[in-house]
Design a protein around this ligand. Structure first.
Ligand code: S3P
Length: 432
């Protein structure tokens, strides 16, 4: 796969539009598949992860037009319209694709197999397999069901559960709520902190009743989904985060990122950066498909260290690698805690982010559930690795924009899983 080489920037400027939200894209095509009628989805992320989900939905017998583009038309067949796939559903690199589909398939009265690439096949699946078995789904997999491939036979006899999740995970919550649509009775999921609530919001957009009390979400089963009007997906705040940090650390920056989803369960990155002293403002706030959206203006600002822990972690979980880059340029020692989940993402992000930042001269101490980062005025460009992780690759590229000399990210093709066009947009903002 290709390498990405980044030179120092003298400021990120102008206005940019980024690709659609990954979490909402996965959900939109799954929910549209089991809705009554056709759904037009715009702003769909064309990255590899969400394309794999759209192809999997097609293998389940649903017409999906426009795969590979940002506009899809999904010909939904209702709650019981999916059919047995004639091959393995390959979710590539995507934990969200696999875990949410496992929940949906737990409700189907047929046999299906989910698999993915070498990284996804190492990621923990017991977190969804165990509660879905409690709901009555028959699931087998490697290592007793702890690892993919997973073989699922669900459907008849699926029971509602009242499940308390030991971790704050939107993937676990969403898998159970999707399976719960097929149960008689109400399925509830409680979690220690509130995880992203795109499933809840999009369920409502499709006409499904969802109850929320604190960190407990409940969905009565056997509800029909109605195809809504056009479903316009905003840009992904997780993709915007790379540009927010880049503009914050490169002197002379003044960047406008248009049409970004600012769901409060996802805006931890804005709160952390603002706490570090970044100059960020939200303009033109509005709502789109049940999700809050805004344009985000970021100007260069001197950053100082903060502590990142507790309930902000699930609100910023995917942005921690790039927040580590911000911490590397901040004055003082930033401490990140309560983030052990980072160890089971696309890579062990505590280990991989620390390893790459050290190559650039940053002093980083790994903790079991986080790290300590001592910031410095400037980093040294280096030859770095992606570790097969799109967010590590993009974070290091951002670090390179404010470093001395060139920074190379080897195996940067992984960026395509979530952010097609990253390099072009980065060059447009950073060097023109
Ligand atoms: C996601 C949930 C998060 C996040 C992932 C997307 C989702 O994972 O890290 O990138 O769309 O539900 P967890 O549910 O494992 O925390």
């Amino acid at each position: 796969m290709s390498d990405l080489v980044v030179q120092p920037s003298h400021g990120l400027r102008g206005e940019i539009d980024l690709p659609g939200d990954k979490s909402i894209s996965h959900r939109s095509v799954m929910f549209a598949a089991i809705a009554e009628g056709d759904t037009l989805i715009t702003g769909f992320l064309t990255g590899e992860d969400t394309t794999n989900t759209a192809k999997a939905v097609r293998m389940l017998g649903i017409g999906v037009e426009g795969i590979g583009t940002a506009s899809l038309v999904v010909h939904g067949k209702g709650l019981y319209g999916l059919s047995e796939p004639d091959g393995v559903l390959d979710l590539g690199n995507s934990g969200t694709g696999m875990r949410l589909l496992a929940g949906l398939l737990a409700g189907q009265d047929f046999f299906s197999v989910l698999s993915g690439d070498e990284y996804l096949r190492k990621r923990p699946m017991a977190r969804i397999v165990e509660p879905l078995r409690q709901m009555g789904a028959l699931i087998d997999g490697r290592s007793g069901g702890r690892l993919a491939p997973l073989a699922i036979r669900g459907g008849r006899g699926i029971r509602a559960v009242d499940y308390t999740s030991p971790i704050a995970s939107a993937q676990v919550k969403s898998a159970l709520l999707l399976a719960g649509l097929y149960a008689d009775g109400t399925t509830s999921v409680s979690e220690p902190f509130k995880s992203r609530d795109h499933t809840e919001r999009l369920f409502r957009f499709f006409g499904v009743t969802v109850k929320e009390e604190g960190n407990r979400v409940s969905v009565p089963g056997q509800q029909l989904l109605r195809a809504p009007g056009p479903l316009a997906i905003p840009s992904d705040i997780s993709s915007a985060a790379f540009f927010m940090v880049a503009a914050s650390i490169v002197p002379g920056s003044d960047l406008l990122i248009r049409n970004v989803g600012v769901n409060p369960t996802r805006t931890g990155v804005i709160d952390v950066l603002t706490g570090m002293g970044a100059e960020i403002s939200l303009e033109n706030r509005r709502e789109q498909a049940g999700e809050p959206v805004a344009d985000i203006r970021v100007r260069y600002g001197r950053l100082r260290a903060v502590e990142i822990s507790g309930d902000i972690i699930p609100r910023a979980i995917d942005e921690i690698p790039v927040l580590c880059v911000a911490a590397s340029y901040a004055e003082g020692k930033t401490v990140i805690r309560d983030a052990a989940e980072l160890r089971v993402k696309e890579s062990d992000r505590i280990a991989t982010t620390a390893a790459e930042l050290r190559k650039m001269g940053v002093v980083v101490t790994e903790l079991p559930d986080g790290m300590e980062i001592t910031g410095r005025e400037s980093l040294q460009g280096a030859l770095c690795e992606s570790h097969g992780d799109h967010r590590v690759a993009m974070s290091i590229a951002v670090a390179g924009l404010a470093a001395r000399g060139d920074t190379s990210v080897r195996d940067a093709g992984w960026i395509e899983t979530s952010f097609p066009g990253f390099e072009r947009l980065l060059r447009q903002a950073a060097y023109s």
